[in-house]
Design a protein around this ligand. Structure first.
Ligand code: CTP
Length: 403
């Protein structure tokens, strides 16, 4: 199975003296879980909030302290640590440390490392909101951005100092996706994408509905992949209870009709549509206003056909790239080809829904990608994240093909 974006990446994590330093423990653990090697450098403030022992255990590596150590002198750590790493991530970064970076100071190991760095530097500020909004801090942030360091904006909300405002360390998922972005080509930058995901529910009465087994996992993986590649994403999602990734516009819908309206309303504004949702082809012709009672006899349901959303998009497209999915249980390639032509698509992703590792609920998938030009690409069994990345490799190749 292909590796995660962070697999084998060497990350130097600078931790400064903020109450948010405890969140760097979870960040260390999470980055390692994704395959990264993490080396922690503590400032003197950082070491007062969380002990080096904690980080040594979590990173399974030596932790570097605020000052230079005589026993390391021969390895020149302020140069070599930076040289040996793929990214310097500073989280939490305090006003003091940001001021050090902005001023080019080199009075502790972290600031010296950053000054000598030849790898990307990602800074996640965390501080009281008045400190954050102070013109001095804002000017320092502008300065370090001009140096090429990336700054992840802090969250707003209640803080440890009992004040509210911008200055909270961003959520773990936000920091991790910023790190993933550093290692991902931004080939969807400037592109607006509309992705649909999950099942739809077609109500029969106030408590019952018709639906299908779609988990939404593939569509959400596509949304994460598109964001990671720099795209602007609108996710139109049926009910699936998944946590949407940070940084996208989520439009929650229930029925195929609601999905139709949400998609059509936004179609003109987007460049790429990936229609991954498992839309119900039919709905009960009537939805009873009150719960249907059993009457001791069989009940016959009359079903009305839902609009085919993708087909409608195919008739209205004006330069957008249209990607459909085909959920098939037999005759995959032929059925996929037929759907691609019938719905006027640029690409179709054919999905075997019968395999145990490729079905609706699975975390893995095995798909065949078919383009309008007739190219056929059979992907191996991959995680849904990796499948999503491979789908966007093909989409980007199509988009670059003079469209
Ligand atoms: N689709 C859609 N609107 C519908 C039904 C399907 O937009 N009412 C889209 C799906 O999101 C998917 C593609 O069409 O991208 C193919 O869906 P699929 O269920 O495989 O095929 P259908 O067109 O419904 O054909 P069939 O059920 O006959 O296989």
């Amino acid at each position: 199975m292909a590796a995660h974006t962070l697999s084998g990446k060497k990350i130097l994590l600078g931790v400064c003296g903020s109450i948010a330093a405890y969140k760097a423990c979870d960040l260390t653990r999470h980055l390692r879980k994704l395959g990264a090697e993490v080396t922690v450098v503590l400032t003197s403030g950082g070491a007062r909030f969380v002990s080096p022992l904690t980080f040594a255990a979590l990173s399974a590596a030596r932790v570097y302290g605020p000052m230079f150590d005589a026993q390391d002198a021969h390895t020149i750590p302020h140069i070599n640590l930076g040289r040996d790493h793929d990214l310097i991530l500073v989280a939490p970064a305090t006003a003091q440390t940001i001021a050090r970076f902005a001023g080019g100071l080199a009075d502790d190991l972290l600031s010296t490392l950053v000054l000598a760095a030849d790898c990307p530097v990602l800074v996640c500020p965390a501080m009281n909101s008045r400190m954050f909004t102070h013109p001095a801090t804002q000017a320092n942030l502008e300065k370090i951005s001009a140096f090429g360091y990336q700054v992840v904006p802090p969250d707003s909300g209640p803080m440890a100092c009992k004040e509210e405002g911008p200055g909270r360390l961003p959520e773990l998922a936000v920091m991790v996706s910023a790190v993933e972005k550093v290692f991902t080509p931004q080939d969807l930058a400037g592109k607006r994408l509309l992705i649909t995901a999950g099942p739809t529910e077609e109500p029969l009465d106030p408590v019952r509905y018709l639906s299908n087994r779609s988990s939404g996992k593939m569509g959400y993986a596509l949304a994460r992949a598109a964001l990671r590649r720099g795209g602007q994403v609108v996710l139109v999602s049926g009910p699936c209870g998944l946590e949407p990734p940070p940084g996208l516009e989520l439009v929650s819908v229930r029925t195929a009709r609601e999905m139709y309206e949400a998609v059509l309303e936004r179609f003109a504004e987007v460049d790429i549509v990936v229609k991954c949702a498992a839309v119900s082809d039919f709905r009960p012709a009537r939805c009873a206003p009150v719960k249907l009672k059993k009457k001791g006899a069989d009940l016959f349901l009359e079903l009305a056909a839902n609009e085919d959303i993708l087909h409608t998009l195919g008739t209205r497209k004006q330069g957008q790239i249209l990607v459909g999915f085909a959920a098939e249980s037999q005759g995959h390639l032929a059925a996929g080809k037929e759907k691609l032509a019938a719905k006027n698509l640029d690409m179709i992703v054919i999905n075997d829904i019968q395999g145990e590792s490729t079905g609706f609920q699975a975390d893995t998938n095995q798909v065949t990608i078919l383009t309008r030009e007739g190219a056929v690409q059979e992907l191996p069994l991959l995680s849904k994240e990796e499948t999503a990345m491979a789908i966007f490799d093909s989409v980007v190749a199509l988009a670059g093909g003079g469209r």
